[in-house]
Design a protein around this ligand. Structure first.
Ligand code: COA
Length: 164
């Protein structure tokens, strides 16, 4: 079985991530969305919240599993029998970091390869921190995230929107 992992922080998941997940799910028999629990960072959403949000948003994709992980990505991949890591490239500015991460992971585990999917132009500017920042000021994040994520993100900032 051709299994891959799409790892990230997903704090919160955006339309850019969803685009990569949908395309990777067509390429691989099974895709695991790996949600990083990074104890060094204080996320907006806890890791359990992020896993549940993603499961809810991806409900219709039957070959996609959502799991959290801590520690090295290559260990998480091998524990789950996945030989491929999928990452999205938004712009050339992502490239240095992503290349270095792919090369490091390949040195750590020669059984794991990384493939990159190009993020569509319409999401090239998008990041989870942009979503958090715009939401924190009550700005419109409806073009960045699905409605359920929009509502939960505003709630985190104690913002009540008229149409929510
Ligand atoms: N659409 C929208 N946003 C995207 C995106 C896309 N297609 N692809 C990336 N992003 C954004 C994310 O929203 C995030 O934005 P933010 O920084 O504003 O929150 C940013 O790009 C980086 O995202 P993320 O995918 O979460 O990467 P990361 O750099 O935080 O973490 C891991 C990458 C999780 C894969 C990696 O750190 C990891 O697995 N670490 C575990 C430890 C380990 O194995 N270390 C060795 C690796 S060399």
């Amino acid at each position: 079985m051709n299994k891959a992992i799409y790892p990230g922080s997903f704090d919160p998941i955006t339309y850019g991530h969803i685009d990569i997940i949908e395309r990777a799910a067509e390429i691989f028999d099974e895709l695991i969305v790996g949600v990083l629990e990074n104890r060094a960072k204080t996320p907006l959403f806890s890791v359990d919240e992020r896993v549940n949000i993603i499961k809810d948003v991806l409900g219709q994709l039957t070959n996609v599993k959502v799991l959290s992980y801590e520690g090295l990505l290559v260990d998480f991949a091998s524990q789950n029998g996945a030989g491929v890591i999928v990452r999205g490239l938004r712009a050339v500015t992502d490239f240095d970091y992503e290349l270095q991460m792919a090369q490091t992971n390949r040195v750590l585990s020669s059984g794991v390869d990384t493939i990159f999917l190009a993020t569509p132009l319409k999401y090239a500017y998008l990041s989870s921190s942009t979503v958090r920042e715009v939401a924190s000021y009550g700005g419109d994040i409806g073009k960045f995230v699905p409605p359920s994520v929009e509502k939960l993100t505003y709630e985190k900032f104690g913002i009540i929107k008229g149409n929510q």
